[in-house]
Structures are given as structure tokens and as C-alpha cells.
Design a protein around this ligand. Structure first.
Ligand SMILES: Nc1ncnc2c1ncn2[C@@H]1O[C@H](COP(=O)(O)OP(=O)(O)OP(=O)(O)O)[C@@H](O)[C@H]1O
Ligand SMILES: [Mg+2]
Length: 376
């Protein structure tokens, strides 16, 4: 005979796919009834119409059947506002049911001249998070591609990684990483979307139907602040920021908000591209941001005969690195990720670990990790 304790124990292994906590810990399991080897129970969802209901149902049923039950019948309900508030407090507090003192402040604080470290514990003096801004002088050189792949590669090395798509007008990270969900909002807490082991936030999540955004400078600055103050990031080893092209407002905001941020400058191998990218580098130097190095993207194409063909010119990365007194971290060849059917793993711009370009990005991640662990 199956017991209630056994059912609860088994369900401790079932996670809410968005909150990444066990359904038992979150208080979602209620009303367990056992009739011989038939188990019936209620699962109370945090939000009504939770898109991942089917997944939770499957996981709960499988866990119960693994106990030897002949049938597992799941009824769904949704939490009351108070129950949701308790879950939000639990997640914020890292396990306690009381909100912790280090919890991120909500947006109401920012208008009153709050210090930056009050925006988010990530920006505080105690934070161990390494910030890396990916920048370039001009558009279309591969910043977003480098951001997405560096983030996923660091996660493959076992790191806790976040991405802020700071390209507020021209966001592309959600698409590139194959993200179709929207962030879960519990009361006033927004949880970043998790994809390929990385937590992501992008303006793209808050825009309807891909309509263009016509916003002005001050609102942009606020958006970036909101990406810290309103988002529950939890602990992170790395936060990678995908910057818009050029040296405009957002780049300046990042420099001011995150003075400890390091930078990676992306260029194509053409000497002219490197010349333009040098401006982004010069800005990093002026604002005292440490430059981790240069990523030369679209360096060459491997032709049918297996030869490296530098179709976009060569030497740009090296030239830029010299000018900025840094080094070329990697040269990324031209090529698209191999198509695959596995939706869990496939994203249009993310290379698999065992593809040639995926290996280059793993090398980049290891180099970055090594450089960030050296104290200056
Ligand atoms: N190594 C590569 N091989 C082939 N295509 C690439 C490579 N790197 C980037 N691309 C493609 O080039 C285009 C521009 O890349 P991406 O969007 O990453 O650049 P960006 O610098 O972020 O652009 P923007 O300045 O518009 O934000 C994309 O379509 C991307 O898929
Ligand atoms: Mg981009």
C-alpha cells in the first residue's frame, strides 16, 4: 500500500519548470487521497493557465506511477493572492518564507535617488557576479551572437549565467536563443526566462507582436535600471550584457551603472571595421572599464577543400587588440549552427558544444573564466 509520505517524498523530485523549486516545497501539492494503488491529488499552480501545466502533470504522474500506483489522477487549481505572495517571498528569500533583507527593491525606490547597489544585490559591494559587456563600434558584427554563445558556453562549464539584452530597440537575444516563453511574474517579482541553462531578460519579452519601440533616452536608462531592480536574478557568477551598436546612451548608462563591468569588443577582420570598433574600445578605456580582449568574428570561411578563406579580409582583430593594448581572445569562423530537431537544445544562433564553432566558443568561455579569476 502506498502511503501519503511516499507520495510527498516522490514529488519532492518534481520541480516547477519555471520556479525551479520542488512542487512540495512550493506548497503546490494538496489533498492526497489513496485508494489501494490509485492516487488522487490536487496541484495548485502559482498562476492560472500556467503554460507548463502539461509538463507538471506528466512529471507528477510519472513520479507517482514509479511508486507502483496503477493510476495517478491530478486535479489542478490556482493559488490565492496570499499564497502567491508567500511563494514570491520564499523565492526572494532563498528558501525562507519571510522576505530577506537583501531582497531586490521594487521599482518604487528608484525615483528617490536610490544608490545603485540598492537596485539589486548583484550591483552591491558584496556581489561576486562578474559583469561582461559585449560591445562594438558598429552594428551587425556579431555582438548578440557572441553574447548568446559565450553565455551558453559558460553555463556548459557549470557557471550560473545571466544575460541582459541591453539592446532595447533592436533586441535579438530571445530569437537567437530560441526563446518563446515570457517571464513569469509573481506579484511584483519578475523571474528571468531560463533557456539553455542561462537566465535571460530582454525588452523583447515586454513588447507585443514585435512592434517597433519609439522611446527616448531617459526611458532607456530607466529600462536598464528596471532590468536590475525588478528582476529576481538570484545568484550569478556571470552577467553578460549585449549592448546596442556604437557608443550611445545605453553604452554610457552601462558604464555608469556598472563601473566594475569588463568588456569584450567584437569586430570583423576587415581593418576598417577594426578602426570603428576602436572607438568603443576608447570609450571603455576612458571610463576605466577593463577590456578582457577582442573577439574577431567572421574571421574566415572553411571552404570545400578544408582551407581557411578570409573572405572578409584579415588582420582587423589583431590591429584592434594592439591599439587597445589587449589580445585577440578567439577568431570565430563563418558558419551557421547545424540544424536539429531537438527543440530543448536547438536555438537558431547557438552552436552545439561539439560543433567546430561551438568548440571555439567553449575556448572563449574558458579564457574568459581564467581572465576573470585573476585578481588585478
Ligand atoms: N560567425 C558567424 N557566421 C555566420 N553568421 C554570423 C556569424 N556571426 C554572426 N552572424 C550573423 O550575422 C548577423 C549579425 O549578427 P549579430 O546580430 O550577432 O550582430 P550584432 O553586432 O549584435 O548586430 P546589431 O548591431 O544589429 O545588434 C546575424 O544574422 C548573425 O546570425
Ligand atoms: Mg545585436
Amino acid at each position: 500500500m502506498i502511503t501519503e509520505e511516499q507520495v510527498l517524498e516522490a514529488l519532492k523530485g518534481v520541480e516547477d519548470p519555471e520556479l525551479h523549486r520542488s512542487v512540495v516545497e512550493l506548497g503546490m501539492v494538496r489533498n492526497i487521497k489513496i485508494d489501494n494503488d490509485r492516487v488522487e491529488l490536487d496541484v495548485i499552480l502559482t498562476i492560472q493557465g500556467c503554460p507548463l501545466k502539461v509538463k507538471i502533470q506528466e512529471d507528477v504522474e510519472n513520479a507517482i506511477k514509479a511508486l507502483g500506483a496503477s493510476a495517478a489522477i491530478v486535479h489542478f487549481g490556482s493559488m490565492t493572492d496570499e499564497e502567491r505572495a508567500r511563494v514570491a517571498a520564499m523565492i526572494r528569500g532563498g528558501g525562507n518564507t519571510q522576505p530577506s533583507a537583501s531582497a531586490p527593491n521594487n521599482g518604487t525606490v528608484q525615483g528617490h535617488g536610490a544608490g545603485l547597489n540598492e537596485l539589486s544585490p548583484l550591483l552591491g559591494a558584496e556581489s561576486k557576479t562578474q559583469f561582461i559587456a559585449v560591445t562594438s563600434g558598429k552594428g551587425g558584427v556579431g555582438k548578440s551572437t557572441v553574447t548568446a554563445n559565450l553565455a551558453v558556453s559558460l553555463a556548459r562549464l557549470g557557471k550560473k549565467v545571466g544575460v541582459i539584452d541591453a539592446d532595447i530597440y533592436g533586441f535579438s537575444i530571445p530569437d537567437m536563443m530560441g526563446i518563446t516563453q515570457r517571464p513569469v511574474v509573481i506579484n511584483d517579482m519578475v523571474l528571468p526566462v531560463q533557456r539553455l541553462g542561462v537566465k535571460v531578460i530582454s525588452m523583447g519579452f515586454f513588447v507585443e507582436d514585435n512592434s517597433p519601440i519609439i522611446w527616448r533616452g531617459p526611458m532607456l536608462g530607466k529600462m536598464l535600471r528596471n532590468f536590475f531592480s525588478e528582476i529576481h536574478w538570484d545568484e550569478l557568477d556571470y552577467m553578460i550584457l549585449d549592448l546596442p551598436p556604437g557608443t550611445g546612451d545605453v553604452a554610457l548608462d552601462v558604464h555608469q551603472m556598472i563601473p566594475q563591468s569588463k568588456e569584450i569588443i567584437v569586430t570583423t577582420p576587415h581593418p576598417t571595421a577594426a578602426f570603428v570598433a576602436a572607438r568603443a574600445g576608447a570609450m571603455a578605456i576612458k571610463t576605466n572599464h577593463e577590456i578582457l580582449g577582442v573577439v574577431e568574428n567572421m574571421s574566415y570561411y572553411v571552404n570545400k577543400d578544408g582551407e581557411k578563406d578570409p573572405i572578409f579580409g584579415s588582420g582587423g582583430g589583431e590591429k584592434l587588440a594592439q591599439e587597445l593594448h589587449t589580445e585577440v581572445l578567439v577568431q570565430v569562423p563563418i558558419g551557421q549552427p547545424e540544424p536539429m530537431r531537438d527543440e530543448e537544445r536547438y536555438a537558431p544562433s547557438v552552436y552545439q558544444e561539439n560543433e567546430e564553432i561551438g568548440k571555439v566558443y567553449m575556448e572563449l568561455a574558458r579564457t574568459v573564466e581564467q581572465k576573470c579569476s585573476v585578481k588585478v
